[in-house]
Structure formats: structure tokens, C-alpha cells
Design a binder for this molecule. Sequence first.
Ligand SMILES: Nc1ncnc2c1ncn2[C@@H]1O[C@H](COP(=O)(O)OP(=O)(O)OP(=O)(O)O)[C@@H](O)[C@H]1O
Ligand SMILES: [Mg+2]
Length: 778
Amino acid sequence: MAVVGIDLGNLASKIGVARRRGIDVIANEVSNLATPSLVSFTPRQRLIGESAKTAETSNFKNTIGSLKRLIGRTLNDPEIQEIEKKYINAELVDVNGTVGIRVKYLGETSEFSATQLVAMYLAKLRDTAAAELNQNVSDVVIAIPGWFTDVQRRALLDAAQIAGLNALRLINDHTAVALGYGITKSDLPETPENARNVIFVDIGHSDYSVAVVAFSKGQLVTKASAYDRHFGGRNFDYALVEHFAHEFKTKYKIDVMNNPKAIFRLTTGCERLKKVLSANAEAPLNVESIMNDVDAASSLKREQFEEMMSSLLDRITVPLDAALKDSGLTIDQIDSVELVGGCTRMPSVKERIQKWYGGKTLSFTLNQDEAICRGATFACASLSPVFRVREFNIYDMTAYPVRVTWSQEAGNPDEDTELVVFPKGNAIPSTKILTFHRAGPFDLEASYTEDANIPKGINSWIGKVAIKGVQKPASGDFATVKVKARMNLHGILNFEEAYTVEEVEEDETYTVGEGEEKKEETRKVKKIRRKDSLKLVTGFTGLTEETRNTYQEKEGTMFADDKLVMETEDRKNALEEYVYDIRSKLDGRYAPFVQASEKEAILSATQAAEDWLYSEEGEDATKSAYVSKLDELKKLGDPVAFRWRESEDRARAASALREVIDNFMSLAQSEDEKYSHIEQADRTKVIELCATNKQWLDDNLYRQMEKAKNVNPVITTAEIYKRRDDVQFTSAAIMNKPKPKPKTEVPPPTTEAPKQEKTDVEMEGEEQEPKITEMDVD
Ligand SMILES: Nc1ncnc2c1ncn2[C@@H]1O[C@H](COP(=O)(O)OP(=O)(O)OP(=O)(O)O)[C@@H](O)[C@H]1O
Ligand SMILES: [Mg+2]
């Protein structure tokens, strides 16, 4: 069973796998440690990750990124319309009440929901991990922003399920980072009272999060978290784009901002420039053929850049202040500030954070790019039965308060109608039992509170539950109903069960008096006992099972189609390659092995195949068409190739047979004591077998020498190896016969128990793999 952790990044994602010696962040098919978070649709297939990135420039309207920004959102969400749209080139549409895209795929207009897009992408990451591990991947832990709401988390779980993944946990990005930090530290304080308080700052491409975490031996407690959901590298890139677009308006008389392709090209250039400025005082910008055949060029100094970004940079302290305040700690109580995420490489970003931290040195203990991924993989390892990892408790918390509301029970005017069940900062996972006094069935609704500060466009409604079968009890007006609400490991709310309870009187024995006086007495006590289980009908966001199954089927079909396209391409290439390969070999190494008529037939067949390949039909044919064309050519070419290969290998095969013959010939005639028990008749058998085969080999090799090279050989290497094996097998069976044991006297019996015989022979064959393996964490 594979153990995999995924850092789902906005720009690129990383995959971690757990191995016995520790965690590795793995490389993808082009050896990159980060896979672009992109899906591209073409007339032939879907391209995902690296191939989508390659296709992006020429196919940018049908290529979609920002996957994690879209999932769980609706089309008319102001954050989608006002912010995300700026970074997206594909057309956004509504798909079943959620945001999706409209693209050209396989020559048709198709729509996909964001959940489906994330599923496609996760399936690609799954295959990358499976290829690396050489086994199927199912269990994963996926890291997500801590500010994700219930609807986003559910959508992500749906996506994982569509991709055939079993998400053991959705872990908050900062919690993954904290776990990766804590688990590798051997010097954490012994008790929570003297915990080490660390602030983790992650600034990525789109997202900025701060978490205050208290570490002590074997545990981490998230004390507070705060976010700027729209702050990351892309904000700097976009500001640069606007700056240069403005410059180019006068410089080149072009309007970049009204040309999506030009914006796209300029963004790529600006991102590069931004990175160069992190290490240099000045950086050039060159965008070839930005639009209207203009090659745009400019440059920027770091000071200018920082000046330009000052209002953006001013936002850096906001989440830091908020998280610190929520944690109830003062800045002096913070032992270190750890930075991760690509954007924290910017000197100006580091400066601002350092200034906030009173000028103290910032820490970069963790790998900036891999920290989230490593933490998620550790989390997966600790949830999976495959590995035994060092015990480390994670006390995470909810980012938003959740309340439950209901309508008042008639006849109970004092009843409240709402309750904040999971306040901000409540631990995850967590279960709460709610008690109601009811005369009949009733409904509950769960939502985020008005002041929860969830993203504007996301509905605060989480879900509802109808509690069925509640009846007025025989005694009293109301039944006492308990409802179990659980915030699970993913940070998702569920109503898990409901039941009635009743008060019963029970006898309780207790002791009175002391010493001699001591005696037992009974008394009546009232106890609450569980009575009937009640039926729940729940309604939450997320896909219905039916839709999820449909999406899963669609994903399966698209996956199979892509695979077929790839295999077809592969067979086409194989055919093309064969045409050129055999032609050149006919004039090279195959020349002595081919007859003139054969050569003519092969050349004309390869010519026909080549013409067909470049015809309209051959350009875009089926996999089976390429396969059968190749088979036809091989039928002609294989005999020639066979003759050449045989002539290359014959001598090696012959000497392998000779070696076995010589060996047994000499053993059969050996006077060594070891073989003294082998009967003469048996020895003769071996000698005869060796002699016959030697004769056969010599005769045939001689006949072969007489033969022309361009006809089929009289003797094949396969035959030679078969005879070698026969001689080996038959002769070894005779010569390795064990020597009869000399008769020994039976020792007199002793009173000692016989000792268990100890062998130091290793057993061959299947090795029992330990089910649970220890994993290094350092
Ligand atoms: N040396 C550098 N200087 C400045 N910015 C950099 C540097 N290296 C990377 N970046 C920026 O960091 C961002 C990518 O960071 P990261 O990989 O952490 O993002 P992500 O995880 O894909 O996004 P998110 O966390 O928002 O989902 C990009 O905007 C990139 O340009
Ligand atoms: Mg990130």
C-alpha cells in the first residue's frame, strides 16, 4: 500500500511518498519536483501537468489553472468574477450550480466543473506517484488552505473520489508544515507549559497563511491562524504586468491589457523578472512577439519594484498581527518565525516580516518548496497501517465558528433557536452532543456564523438534518433527543446520529460506616439511559452519489481515451521508426543477410508504408491500423533480422554448450574421492550424452559455415541453449547424487533433552515482508 502526500499548489503541486528510509518528494515524467497545476484540452486529448504547460501558449483558451481557487465556488461569486477571472484564460461557466469552464475538447464544446478539473489533475498526480512506486496509489493526504470552508473541503473530497483516491485526511497547509517541523525536532520542550511557540508563514502563488503553533514533546497545538486569501506571487506578477503594459502603450503603441494572449506572455516574462530581482539589483524583461509582431523589452531595478509594490507589501503584517492576537501570545513569546512558500524568497517580503518580528532573525529550517508536501506525507504515513511513525499528536483547529439553528418547539417558549456548536479555534476532530426536548420530528441547520468571515461569495449554509421518528413520550411533554455533531479530521461537519434518552430509576449500592461498622446499603438513583435510535435524513453540499458516479465514469472514459491516443501515437512512432531503421540497416549490418529479392520487397513495402504515413489517412489512423502495418513490414524484415542476430549470437551459444560439455566430461572421468560413489554405468551415460552433443554441435556449426548468410540458418541459438540445458540437467542429476552416509554407532541415550537443531541455512523463496515498517523521520 502506497503512502502519498500531496501539496496542491496553485501554480504547481508536489507529491511526497513514504519509504522505509524516509520521505521523498518525487520527480515527475520530466524530472521536475513540482508539477504545473494545469489541465489543457485539445482536439485529440487532455493534457495534464507538464504537457499542459507545454501546450499552454498555443492553447491558452483551453488551458485552465487556478484549480484550487475554483473548486467549491460558484460562477457569480464576486471573488471569482473580480479576482480569479484575471488569472484565467478559459471561459468560466456555471456547471450544476458550481463554477466550471467551457472548452473545445475533441472538436466539440465541452463543459467541466471545477471538481472534475481537480479530479483530472489529482488523477495525473496519482499516476506520477504510481509510476514512481511501481504500485497502485489510493491512500493520500491532501494539503489545502486552512481557510477552506466546508463546501470547498467536500468538493475536494469529491474530486479525490472521482480520481479513485481515498483521502485519509485533508490537512491544513500550515498544519502539514508544522507536523513536518515537529516530527523532525528532537529537542522539543518536555511539557506543554513550556511549549516552543513557532509562527509559520507560507506565501505561495495565490495565498498567504500564518499559523501560531505550540510544540512540546510529541505534540503540536495550533493556537491561531490567519490568512490573506489573495496575496501571493501572482499579485506581484500582475502588478508588474500592469506596469509594463502601461509602459508599452507609449513605447510600442500596443494595448497589452486588451489582448489576453499578450497578457499571458507578459505575465511569464514578469514572473521571471520578479525572481531575478530576488537575487539581483536589476533585471531585464524581454518578451518576444508580445503582440503585433513587437518584441518588447524593458528592465526594472529592485528599488523601483519595491516602491511599486509598497501597498501590497504593507499587507504582510495584517495576518501576522491577527494570528498573534488570536493566539493570546506576545511577540516575545514567539521562539521562531519559519518561512515557507516560493514568495518568501523575495527580499522585501522577508524584510517586512523581520521588521514585524522586532528585527530578529527569521528561520528557514524547512525546505521552502517541500515543507507542506513532506508534512502531508507524514500525516498519511501516520494514518496508514503500512508504516509505524513516531507518535506525534496534532491538535488542529477550525478557522470559522459553526452554529446550529432550529425553529422553536411549540409549547417551549424558553427554548433557544441557535447554538454556536464549534466556536472559532475549536479542535479538529471534535464531537459534540446536542440535547433537545421535543414532542415530534424536527430539523437542524448548520451554518457559519455571520461574523465568521468566510470568503464573501461562499454561502454560509453548511447543511441540514431532519431528525425523524421523535414521539411525545407517555410521561411528560417532550422526549429528550441527543444529536451527535462531528467536525471530522477533514474539517467537515456531519450529523452522525440521533437518539432519545430516558430517565430511569436504578438501585445503587453504596458503603456506609467504617471498620467494623462498615455495611452496604442501596438507594434509588436517577440515570439517563439511551433509548431509541432515530433516523436522520441529512443534506449537505457536495455531489450526490449519482453525479459523483457519472463524473467518475466520464473520468474513466476520458482517461481511457487519452491512453488510447498515447498508445496510438506510440504505435505510429514505432511504425515510422521501423521504416527508417530497417532501410538503413539493409545497407548496413543486414546487407550480407538479405537476398536481393527480399531487399526489393522490403524497400517497396517500407516506401508504401511511408507514403501512407504521410497521407491524410495515415496521419490520423487507428492504433490497430498502425499495428497491422508494422506487423506486415516485420513479416518481411524479421527473417533478415533473425539471420543477423543468430550470426551474432551463435558463437556465444556454442561456447556455453561447450563449457557445460567439457565440465561434465571431466567430472564423469574424475577420480576425485567426491565422485567415487558414482557408478561406472552412470558415468558412461554422462560421457555419451556429452559426446553426442559435442558431435551435434560440431556437425551443425560446420554445415552452417558452408551455408550462405542470406538464407535461414541450419542451427539456431535457441536449439543450442536447449541442448545446453538438457546436458546440464541430466548430467547434474547423475553427478550430484549424494554420497551414501557411512553407518555410525547410535550414541547411548542421555537424560538431557535434545537440543533444537540450529541451522544457519537461509530459506529461499518468498520473504515475509513485515506488515508494519518503522520509518526514519530525520
Ligand atoms: N526566487 C523567487 N523570488 C520571488 N518569487 C519567487 C521565487 N521563487 C518562486 N517565487 C514565486 O513563488 C510563487 C510560487 O510559490 P509556491 O510554489 O509556494 O506556490 P503554490 O504552492 O503553487 O501556490 P499556493 O500556495 O498559492 O497554492 C510563484 O509566484 C513564484 O513566482
Ligand atoms: Mg503552496
